[in-house]
Design a protein around this ligand. Structure first.
Ligand SMILES: Nc1nc2c(c(=O)[nH]1)N[C@H]1C(S)=C(S)[C@@H](COP(=O)(O)O)O[C@H]1N2
Ligand SMILES: [Mo]
Length: 199
């Protein structure tokens, strides 16, 4: 029933629109990152907002965790063709952070920055979806370091490379531009239902 990647051989005939085209389900959770896993001291952790905003912002770990939190169950779709259903995330909704941010007129795109140097570009409209969040727990446990702990972005409606691990800040920009994988040929937006895998 499982292929060599641990993917269950069930497909869209079983799961319909919940499984985007070309995806296979997995029960496991592959670790995928470019480069090494950063070790982040919570005392030094900082979350910043800069770029095309009326005012730069930054939060310490304790300040960020004092923002309203939520629990969201969502599916993961990786561009390498595995999907993982029913992930229970706990964290801060993007919208709760956005309440504090005043983008300059026309700043409709965000470059998300991670500890370690990873970047990914996401339209503000996608981040404003009610399931987009900064997550620090997954399936009842603190988010493992290799999966982005202490905190990662989760944008369920886009391919998982947009869900930056070890997130450290948001840079508001006026025009969309490619982040790390987008520069190497991944699609600029990455909608799994439109199979926006590569450009
Ligand atoms: N900081 C950072 N975030 C990242 C990546 C990365 O290399 N660095 N890889 C992305 C890619 S390509 C994928 S598929 C997912 C993988 O997350 P996981 O290792 O928790 O499965 O993280 C995304 N976020
Ligand atoms: Mo990926």
């Amino acid at each position: 029933m499982f292929d060599i990647f641990g993917r269950r051989k069930q497909d869209r005939e079983t799961y319909g629109d919940r499984l985007p085209p070309g995806q296979k389900l997995t029960d496991g959770w592959p670790v995928l990152n470019y480069g090494s896993t950063p070790r982040i001291d919570l005392d030094k952790w900082e979350f910043s907002v800069w770029g095309e905003v009326e005012e730069d912002l930054s939060w310490t770990w304790d300040e960020f965790l004092a923002l309203p939190s939520t629990e969201v169950t969502s599916d993961i779709h990786c561009v390498t063709a595995w999907s993982k259903f029913d992930n229970e995330w706990e964290g801060i909704p993007f919208r709760a952070v956005m309440e504090h941010i005043r983008p300059k007129p026309g700043a409709q795109y965000v470059m998300v920055h991670s500890y370690g140097g990873y970047t990914t570009n996401v339209p503000l409209a996608d981040l404003m979806d009610d399931d987009a969040m900064f997550a620090y727990r997954h399936n009842g446990k603190d988010l493992a370091r290799e999966h982005g702990g202490p905190m990662r972005l989760v944008v369920p409606k886009l391919y998982f490379w947009k869900s930056a691990k070890w997130v450290r800040g948001l840079e508001f920009i006026l025009e969309d531009k490619p982040g790390f994988w987008e520069m190497y040929g991944y699609h600029i937006r990455g909608d799994p239902w439109k199979e926006e895998r590569y450009s």
